[in-house]
Design a protein around this ligand. Structure first.
Ligand SMILES: O=C(O)CCC(=O)C(=O)O
Length: 287
């Protein structure tokens, strides 16, 4: 149990050359020893910057899906699937497992091709994530009928948009029916690479408010956080990132949001989730 006064957001921030300092990062996040790990320059900056520039054009549409279009301030653009493994305004309970697996299969190529033929994004993501497993393999799950889960999604937030405060504790969604029994559901971890950095805004903001903080300030509807009260009673830390940087966050435990983007340059990220299996022998990643 945590209170506003005693808990702080604990971050470890390392350059790629010191990634061995966070080699057991996934376990540390699960054990509540750290809340967020940042690795600077985790993927080649030039490759990601070139992809970010291509993705941030308004005269070409690589296939963006807009699951939050109904809520303009949260109108995130997605490449790589049309059925996220999270709630959206279009599908507040997520899709079915079948819709998720089909969506990711249909849209996978769009996301992979933005990096060009010499950069295998799935392999690169998997290689980097394996650096945090403490020797455990970090693998993409496969459904009982043999279909792969989606390895990552690409997300674009343009001027005036944001990701509001939330926890990523998505296991209750229907599409987790096969993953839920396989993984340790004490937390869920988000991993996010920055592909394009906006001129202003777009920082990850993490609060010292956790999913087990008793009586968090809520609006009278009982569903939404009373953010002015949260801001008054809790501390928040901003984590700016550059192109190529990675953060891995105990997003099932810590309230977080993405600060609103300002200016013509979008924020583009590539990310997903991961979790340890119930026996802690492996970790699984998906988006
Ligand atoms: O930066 C992103 O793409 C998503 C950040 C976030 O809210 C998350 O990973 O849970």
């Amino acid at each position: 149990m945590s209170t506003a006064t005693e808990r702080v957001v604990r971050a470890v921030d390392v350059p790629l050359s010191e990634i061995n300092r966070v080699a057991n990062g996934i376990e540390d996040l699960y054990n509540d020893r750290v809340d967020i790990i940042l690795v600077r320059g985790a993927l080649p900056r030039e490759t990601l910057a070139a992809a970010g520039e291509r993705l941030d054009r308004n005269d070409e549409n690589p296939g963006w899906d807009r699951p939050n279009q109904k809520m303009p301030v949260e109108d995130i653009q997605i490449l790589g699937t049309d059925t996220l493994a999270t709630p959206t305004y279009r599908a507040p309970r997520g899709g079915s497992l079948d819709a998720y697996l089909e969506g990711t299969l249909r849209h996978r190529e769009e996301a992979a091709r933005v990096f060009g033929p010499t950069f295998n994004a799935r392999a690169e993501v998997e290689r980097v994530l394996n650096g945090f497993g403490g020797g455990r393999p970090v693998q993409l799950p496969r459904s009982s009928d043999g279909r792969d889960y989606g390895p990552f999604s690409i997300r674009r937030l343009v001027d005036g948009t944001q990701i509001g405060p939330h926890f990523d504790y998505h296991y209750p969604l229907d599409l987790y029916s096969e993953l839920r029994p396989m993984v340790d559901t004490r937390t869920l971890i988000s991993w996010v690479f920055t592909v394009r950095k906006p001129d202003a805004g777009g920082e990850l903001v993490v609060y010292n408010l956790t999913r087990d903080t008793p009586n968090p300030p809520m609006l009278p509807d009982g569903f939404q956080f009373d953010m002015p009260a949260v801001e008054r009673q809790f501390q928040s830390t901003f984590f700016p990132t550059d192109v190529g940087d990675l953060f891995i966050l105990a997003s099932g435990r810590c309230m977080h949001r993405v600060n609103r983007i300002a200016g013509p340059k979008a924020r583009v990220t590539m990310g997903g989730f991961l979790a340890l299996t119930t026996d802690w022998q492996r970790a699984l990643y998906w988006s």
